[in-house]
Design a protein around this ligand. Structure first.
Ligand code: CA
Length: 222
């Protein structure tokens, strides 16, 4: 899951980025409204964290603009202000949720997870494919009941595969959702990570779940 943080306060942006990365999210930062708008409209994001006060504009206007341009993914608005009026204005501008700074990172993460669930129109906290189970809350992954230890990148890749189970996933799709804006298209890093994942998910099991479709990409299915 790829997240864009639009926030000019470097410390806060880096703090959120670090925390989200530890949870397996892929994160980019834009430090003003113009860069934020550019990234949001030229890259694929599953969620936007939007600060209300930006040096070249405000989050409300940017949020409205993105919604007018048919940006449908969830937007979580951050602000130092916390009055009822500000919250109402933010939500009316098209934000899905609102969090007042300073906030506890635990609460922030819970809100992010809730927004992701809503956008999937699923209320489940577990993803299942055959005997493979991924718990979105604890990040525990098991196959046939056996726990599998994954790095945060491997986890992010598997989560993306499981959210798109039964569908062809191309390298471009993977690079757009699991890698950040600095992804180098000329490396074979995706293939390398898919091999790591295969070794952990499929090695030793009769039924393989990750399949390569030559020239097209990959598919996760039974
Ligand atoms: Ca700010």
């Amino acid at each position: 899951m790829r997240v864009l943080i639009i926030e000019d306060e470097k410390k806060i942006a880096e703090f959120i980025k670090r925390g989200l990365k530890e949870e397996g999210y892929t994160v980019d930062i834009a430090n003003n409204a113009e860069k934020g708008h550019f990234s949001a409209t030229t890259q694929e994001y599953d969620l936007i964290i939007l600060d209300l006060m930006l040096p070249d504009g405000d989050g409300i206007t940017l949020c409205r603009k993105l919604r007018d341009e048919k940006f449908t993914k969830p937007i979580l608005m951050l602000t130092a202000k916390g009055t009822v009026k500000d919250k109402v204005t933010g939500l009316d501008a098209g934000a899905n949720d609102y969090l007042t700074k300073p906030f506890a990172f635990e609460e922030f993460l819970a809100r992010v997870r809730a927004l992701m669930r809503k956008s999937d129109s699923e209320q489940t906290t577990k993803l299942l494919v055959a005997d493979l189970v991924l718990d979105l809350l604890s990040h525990k992954v098991t196959r046939a009941g056996k726990e599998i230890d994954l790095t945060s990148k491997e986890y992010a890749l598997l989560e993306y595969f499981m959210r798109n189970a039964g569908q062809v996933v191309t390298r471009t799709m993977i690079s757009e959702h699991v890698w950040d804006i600095n992804f180098d298209t000329f490396t074979n890093v995706i293939d390398v990570y898919i091999n790591y994942l295969r070794n952990k998910i499929d090695e030793g099991f009769n039924v393989k779940l990750i399949h390569t479709l030559r020239g097209r990409g990959y598919i996760l299915k039974e």
